[in-house]
Every structure is written in C-alpha cells, then in structure tokens.
Write a new protein. Sequence first.
Length: 247
Amino acid sequence: MPRVQLAEVTKYFGDNLVLDQVDLSVAQHEVVCLIGASGSGKSTLLRCINRLVKADYGDIYLDDVPVTDESFGKVGLHKRIGIVFQSYNLFPHLTVLDNLTLAPRKVHGKSKKEAEAQAQEQLDRFGMGRFAKAYPEQLSGGQQQRVAFVRALMNKPDVLLLDEVTAALDPELVGEVLGIIKELKAQGMTMVIVTHEMGFARDVADRVCFLEGGRILEEGNPTDMFNEPQHERTRAFLDRIIEAGRL
Ligand code: ADP
Ligand code: MG
C-alpha cells in the first residue's frame, strides 16, 4: 500500500493549467524528489498533498484514505503530513519554544506542559535545545530552518513535505539543513522534496520526478535520471543545471 497516492490530480489557477493529471505514488519510507524549472508546478503539487491547495480534479490518498475524508477532521491531515517551506515563517515576537508549542496547544489541544516537553525533546534532538528561549532574529538562517523542521515534526507526522528548504540559506548553512534531511531519511521518514540541489537529490532520493508544465515528464532512480535522462526536455533542464554549476 502506498503511503501517499495521487491519481490524475489536476489544478487550475484561473485559466492556467498548473497540474495536468498527475499520478504519483510514494511508498512508506520512500524519498521522492521533485525537480523542474520554476513554474513547472512543483510547489503546487506538494501543497495539494496536504490540501494547502485544493486540487480541482483527481484524488489524493494517505494510506488509502482520501485526504478529503472527514475522518481527518479540520486539522488531522496536518498532524499526519508536515511541511517545511523555503521561508521559515517563524513568528518574530515569539520565542522558539512558543513558536513550537503554539499549534499543538491552540489547534491540537495539548497542555502547555506536554507541548513544551515535546518541543524541548525535539529541539535537543536537533542540537537546538539551548535556543528554546531565544527569539528567531537571534538565530542564524540555518538555525531558524532547523526550528521550522522541529515545528513540522512536533506532531510526529507520517509524511514530510519539503519545499526548497535550503533556497534562502547562505551557502555555508545549506549543509546543516541537508544533514537534517539525511538523518530523517535514515530514521525512515517518508518525504516528498522539492529541491534545486541536484547533488543532494542524487544523494538522498530513492526516486526523482522531473516536472514540466504541470506533468511528470520523467521519473526514475537518480543515477539513471541524472546520467541518462530519457526525455529530451529532462536532458535540456539538467544541462542548464550543470551549466549553472549545480550538479
Ligand atoms: P514551481 O514551484 O515549480 O516554481 P508553482 O507550483 O509555484 O511552480 O507554480 C506553477 C504555476 O502556478 C505558475 O505559473 C504560478 O505562477 C502559478 N501559481 C502558483 N500559485 C498560484 C496562486 N496562488 N495563484 C495563481 N497562480 C499561481
Ligand atoms: Mg516552488
């Protein structure tokens, strides 16, 4: 049984067909990287999975249950599927601890004590324990992004969606965030990752999907995709990436 399954997922923004009957199946513990040019629909695809964006047509399943199923309730899906964005979106006026415990307390009904204990445990796990009382602006970009990962992991999700999580970071901070992702993979986290870091995709992905014009044009294991792309468009995209020195 796939952990996540998309069948003919289609999305328009106005007249703009952004996702065109996308089929995608992600197994438990699998790491799938979505690559493709800007505007190809990667973020939209990712956001359809946890319903931040509502698909117009097609079906999306989590463990064979449609994500639209009312058994998920208003917030249940977001407990099961975590997401981290390029911009960390931490509240500047709240401490790290308060940023982390806000949703568990206000949305998921956890007690302050329980939420804080859990936050502290997760912060420790990512080497951020000493920053619990710090404010976001006192942290580096890499540290803020680590907090955003902790926030996404607070509910112990089954699936993690990552949308260009290193794109806003200074080059020297990219490695520490990629390290977190590798560690999560080692722990068996199922992930769908949008990335421009092709070297990283080659490293971490079980499967790479190349999107163009809202379709998955080609998919395969990273070695095959990067060494011998079958589709001319994939080849052209990878050539541009190589030219830019990113592979
Ligand atoms: P990618 O992540 O691959 O760069 P996106 O999924 O962000 O691509 O965008 C795909 C297309 O959808 C683009 O043409 C973009 O302009 C459009 N789009 C994305 N989000 C919105 C939105 N909220 N409203 C209107 N158009 C959007
Ligand atoms: Mg995007």
